[in-house]
Design a protein around this ligand. Sequence first.
Ligand SMILES: Cc1cc2nc3c(=O)[nH]c(=O)nc-3n(C[C@H](O)[C@H](O)[C@H](O)COP(=O)(O)O)c2cc1C
Length: 206
Amino acid sequence: MFFDEHQIEKLEKIYRVNLMNSCSGYKSANLIGTISNNGQYNLAVFSSIVHLGSNPPLLGFFLRPTELVPRHTYLNIKEKEFYTINSIDKLNFEKAHHTSAKYPRDISEFDITGIKPKIITDFPAPFVDSSSIKIGMKFVEEIKIKHNRSRLIVGKIVSLDVKDEMLNNDGFIDLYKSQIATISGCDGYSFPVKNERQGYQKPRKI
Ligand SMILES: Cc1cc2nc3c(=O)[nH]c(=O)nc-3n(C[C@H](O)[C@H](O)[C@H](O)COP(=O)(O)O)c2cc1C
């Protein structure tokens, strides 16, 4: 099937959302944990977390426009500066997916889904207890994308907790060993079973 620019613009809304969200490939699957100034916990699923650099260690994620829908994750990050990024494992992906439902700000998705928070002394945001990878983040900057009013939220990794059995001697994390999810489109969860590591490439002698 081929779609040109005009045909894409004319597609039925849900069809276009599904098509545009899955055509770029598999995406990362994470839960972002935050807390408000009032002490209210929040948890939401995000599939746009991307590596931005190792030194300093930066991760970014894309936030949908805030003009019409309040984004609690964003409000809490702006209030507290700190947030957590947690892996979605096979054990909790159904619950994780439900955190995308639009609950009022005074309802915690931890309570609604039964996902257990893990509180670490002196870190002002809740982690997900069952996640194999728990990342502590500090807000750095935000970049507004004028074309569609979304934002790139940039943060620095300030702590990293990885299950021992997933961590290789060279620092590489074997995600498949804990059945960590990857997302396609808006609601397709997959669980890779193997890595084919190819090593760092250098130019061949010609
Ligand atoms: C699979 C999946 C991936 C999502 N990824 C993002 C994302 O990358 N950025 C975003 O702004 N919203 C994303 N969402 C939507 C949020 O999860 C949703 O808006 C949620 O209600 C936000 O919660 P909050 O208002 O408590 O922050 C995603 C939803 C689903 C189901």
